[in-house]
Structure formats: C-alpha cells, structure tokens
Design a protein around this ligand. Structure first.
Ligand code: NA7
Length: 547
C-alpha cells in the first residue's frame, strides 16, 4: 500500500491546508471513503448536512421504507469482522434497521470523530494558484483542502411537484425523503399520497392499514413486482455468513452487481409453457430476480419486453378486484423494467380496501393545493395530511444546489447545463482535484457494491498522487470525449433509455430537466465499468493531466 511510505515531503500534503481531503456526505459512500482515506494516512473529514450518519437511510424515514435488494448483498463487504458481527433480521431490512447498521459502522470504526454534522455546504471554489479547494458552509465556516470528494448520493435532493398552493395547506404535509424523526400518526386520519414510484408504493401499502381513508393521486403507474420478504432465521444467517465470499464474487460477475444474473436464454427460445413457468418462478421469488435475473432480451428487445409486460398486466388484473382500477394500475406508456421496478408487498391488494381510492391525474389533473386538500379538475379532495412521494432532482441535483466553481470561476452547474460530461463518472474537466463517488454517468445497479469499488479506485489515485509528489489532477478533454462516446455506445441497446424517468435525468418539476438525458447513467455492465477504470489505474492514469 502506497500510504505507508513517508509522505511528509510530498507536494500533495500542505499542512497550511485544513485537510488533505474533504468528503461531502456521510452516507454509505462517505463513511467508507473516510474509513479508507484515514487508513491510508490522509488528513480527512466529512461534512454532513444531517445530524447523523446514513445519507439516504437517514433522510428517508417514511413508513414502509426498506431495502429492495437483499440486505446481506446491499451492505458493506470490506470488513470480515463486520460481516461476522452483524445479523440481519429480514431478507429486505427496514429503514430503522439499516440506519442502526450504519450507526454501528460509524462507531465500530470510530468514524464519528471525523464527521462534522450539521454542515450545509453552500460553495466550493478551486483556488487555481495554490491548487486547493475552499469550502464554505451555510453558517459561514470555511475549510481548505487539497482534494474534494463528493459522496452526496444519486437521489438526495427531493422535489415537490410544481403545483400552486403547496404552502397554503393547513394540515401536515411531508416529503418521503424529508420525513420527520418524530413518529407521525395516521390513525383516524384522511391522508393523500401524490406519487407512485418506489417510495410511494412502499408508503401506500404500509399506511393504508392505519389511516381512516387514503387517496392516492397517480400520474403514471409503474410495473411493481412482489418483494417476497421474510425473516432470516439464525440458521439462515449462519449460512449467509458462510457464503459471503462467494456471494460477493457472484455480485461482481453479474451485470448490475446484484446476486441475480441475467438468464442467457432469449424469451422466445423456450416454449410458451417454459416461459410462463420461468416467469411464475421469478414472480414468486425474492426481490429483483424478476428484474435482474430475467431472460437476456427482456430489457433490450421490444417484443420480449411486451410479452413480459403482458404477463405482469395479467398478474395485476388477477390481484385487483375492480377491473377499471386494475386497468389504471397497468402502465401503458412504458414496458416492464424500463423504469425502476418498485417492489411491493400487497400493493395491488391495497386497492381492494374500502378505505382506499385511486385518482387518475391524467383524467382529472391537480389544479392546486388548497388549505383543506387537493383540488383536481373534478373536485376538491379534503384531507388531513398530504404525503409527497414525488421523487428527486436525481443524479445532478445534489451538485446543482452547491455553488461549485472550477478553473476560471466557471460553475459546475453551468458546465453541465451545457453538456453533462464526466470521466469514468469520477472526474470533470475544468474541475481539478475534484472527485465523485457514484457521480453522474456512473453505474446504477447495486449501489454499495459500486460504491466500494469507486472508493477503492479514488483512494488509489490519491495514494498515487501523494507518492508521485503531485498536487493537481484533471482529466484530459480526450478522456472526457472517450467516456461520452462510450456512454452512448453502452446506452444504445437499453429500452430504458427511451423512457422518461429519474434514471434518464427527467424531472418535470425541475426547470430544464424535462428532456431525456441519454447517458445520465452508465449502461454497461459492472465488469465493463471496472475493466475500464482498472486499466486507467494500471496505465498510471495517462488519461489525466497532473502537476
Ligand atoms: P420516483 O420514482 O421519481 O417517483 C416519483 C413519483 O412522483 C412518480 O410516480 C411521479 O409521477 C410522481 N410525481 C412527480 N411529480 C408529480 C406531479 N407534479 N404530479 C403528480 N405526480 C408527480 O421517486 P421515488 O422516491 O418513488 O423513487 C426514487 C428511487 O428511490 C427509486 O427508483 C429507487 O431506486 C429508490 P410520474 O411517474 O413522473 O408520472
């Protein structure tokens, strides 16, 4: 490891600066980045807006929030001791358990002492002459650092809908991603939920059992599939622990980093009976197997995708009593898996309950929020509470809110508004000494697996700079062009790139984000992404300019 060498004379290190590295965000990415950099001997701290660790799992405390991926595959893999010590109680852990886990990680590795909570970063300016960043918080505090690493998450800036009157509502209203820490009571309450993405689905199925009446306002339905969650017995947990090594190896070999691998068969290469049998097995299996472990052509070939969508539509019709409601819940504008598939537990049966109504916003759009409820083109729906499950300014939103200025005072937002470009989703031209964990144009899929990889790669780059006496790094324009072309190539086949969703960078509630961004995320496999990143490191980072 390069970090063990005597580095006190390296030009990378400047003791007049507050830190060698400042990381923004104490979620899964930031915690591991802090752990790795500290271990490598860097002076590092995290600036975190919240009052605790957890990131996504700190903010998204809404009822029913939980993993949609198997708990054991969606946590850290870096520490055998941690893997051995931690027992998951369910195949898909709920938010309180996940937050407990991340708090445990924070204290086990003594990370809290290097995290400044309540630090709302407002600006980051690159001081070209001295090759360092100056970071300023909302409260006026400022820090200087050689390197700035963002670990801000792909989905961290919630968006409310563009509807007039939101603040005029007299009852309580919440966004799923800014849920209060104090418990919210639903008993005896009339509640409205706007939004039917993954967060809306988890919320709706959970609170429908508690509220007096629930009205769901749906613009576009999604293809939801059963989570098939269940408790993990102690013998199961023992077996999971003994399989960890192999399981993480399987994740590294799969397309998306999940425990599921795509079936090599084509949809129409099997008999109709075999096809339906396979889909029935997937439908009754756990989690994302139906999304990530389906026939190889389901997410790339329209005819295969249509057949799969028909199968799912039939399931919805079987589970929902009222055929008109069932029809409203069947997506017509996109095929199965072309937007993120929400995983559900009794979601469709929720609409068989007498206390639940579904409003089709395509027929009766919302005109405004009133002091007493929601006014559609049909009538005013009076309600005690409104829950906005209306999603995020995804991918670039967490960067847009900070005034990040690189060479020549240019803002990152202005540069990305012109064209979203990165190198390996980690670096940006004109922004030296700026690195991103899970940045735009990066892998989706199993985030913790990809986070660990990104963090290791970034740590190695910084060790290289320190040992080679380098104080500045920036990607070349050729490298950026290469990555843009590569992203286009890798995205071309996927049907999801033809559909509006947060994954293609679309959010109609945010100005300038209403057109699909081809190449907002990396469309290739985990192996192809890692292969390229590894080859850049192995070639001594020739795609970058150092000084
Ligand atoms: P999503 O998946 O972006 O879903 C947001 C939902 O909110 C979606 O149903 C939207 O309808 C709806 N929405 C947004 N704005 C409006 C307005 N103005 N009027 C009515 N409905 C609206 O966010 P989630 O939080 O559910 O999930 C994000 C990811 O987190 C998820 O994919 C997982 O990876 C974890 P639309 O579909 O745009 O018609």
């Amino acid at each position: 490891m390069r970090g063990t060498a005597d580095v006190s004379n390296s030009k990378f290190v400047d003791n007049l600066l507050d830190y060698d590295v400042v990381v923004i965000g104490a979620g899964i990415s930031g915690l591991y980045q802090l752990y790795r950099l500290r271990k490598a001997g860097f002076r590092v701290c995290i600036l975190e807006r919240g009052t605790g660790v957890g990131g996504t799992w700190y903010w998204n405390r809404y009822p029913g929030a939980r993993f949609d991926s198997e708990s054991y595959s969606y946590a850290y893999s870096f520490s055998d001791e941690l893997l051995e010590e931690w027992d998951w109680s369910e195949h898909f852990a709920s938010q309180p358990e996940i937050l407990r886990y991340l708090e445990y990680v924070g204290s086990k590795f003594d990370l809290l002492k290097d995290i400044k909570f309540g630090s709302d970063v407002r600006s980051a300016t690159y001081e070209e002459k001295d090759k360092h960043w100056k970071i300023t918080l909302a409260d006026g505090m400022a820090y200087t650092t050689r390197m700035l690493v963002t670990a801000m998450g792909v989905l961290s800036e919630p968006t409310f809908p563009n509807i007039k009157g939101i603040d005029s509502f007299q009852g309580d209203f919440f966004h799923t991603a800014r849920w209060p820490k104090d418990p919210v009571t639903f008993e005896g309450k009339d509640v409205a939920v706007i939004g039917t993405g993954a967060s809306g689905v988890q919320t709706i199925q959970e609170i429908s059992k508690q509220v007096r009446h629930l009205t769901v306002f749906q613009r576009r339905p999604n293809w939801c599939s059963p989570l098939n969650n269940g408790p993990i017995t102690s013998s199961e947990m023992k077996a999971i622990k003994s399989d960890y090594k192999d399981m993480f190896a399987r994740c590294a070999e799969s397309q998306g980093g999940f425990i599921w691998t795509i079936d090599p068969r084509g949809t129409f290469e099997v008999t109709p009976e075999e096809r339906i049998d396979f889909w029935e097995t997937l439908y009754h299996g756990r989690g994302m197997n139906i999304y990530q472990g389906n026939f190889r052509d389901v997410l790339v070939d329209s005819r295969a995708n249509e057949a799969m969508s028909d199968f799912m539509a039939k399931k919805i019709r079987t589970r929902v009593d009222d055929p008109e409601i069932a029809d409203l819940l069947i997506p017509k504008d996109h095929g199965f898996g072309t937007r993120r598939v929400p995983l559900e537990t009794g979601y469709y049966e929720t609409y068989n309950r007498a206390n639940v109504d579904l409003i089709d916003l395509n027929k009766t759009p919302i005109l405004e929020i009133t002091p007493e409820g929601i006014l559609t083109s049909e009538k005013e729906h009076k309600t005690d509470q409104i829950i906005y499950a209306t999603g995020f300014n995804a991918i670039t939103g967490s960067f847009d809110r900070i005034d990040i200025r690189g060479v020549g005072g240019l803002t990152l937002k202005a540069q990305w508004d012109r064209k979203l470009e990165t190198f390996l989703a980690v670096q940006v031209v004109n922004f030296p000494n700026f690195l991103m964990v899970m940045g735009p144009q990066g892998l989706g899929g199993n985030h913790p697996r990809n986070i660990e990889y990104n963090v290791e790669w970034i740590t190695s780059l910084l060790e290289y700079m320190r040992s080679e006496n380098l104080s500045e790094v920036e990607p070349t324009s050729e490298a950026i062009r290469f990555w843009s072309n590569h992203i286009m190539e890798k995205s071309a086949a996927s049907l999801s790139n033809k559909v509006d969703s947060w994954m293609t960078g679309v959010n109609h509630n945010v100005e300038g984000k209403d057109t699909r961004l081809i190449g907002a995320r990396y469309g290739g496999s985990v192996q192809s992404y890692r292969g390229l990143c590894d080859s850049v490191a192995a070639g001594s980072y020739k795609e970058m300019v150092f000084s």
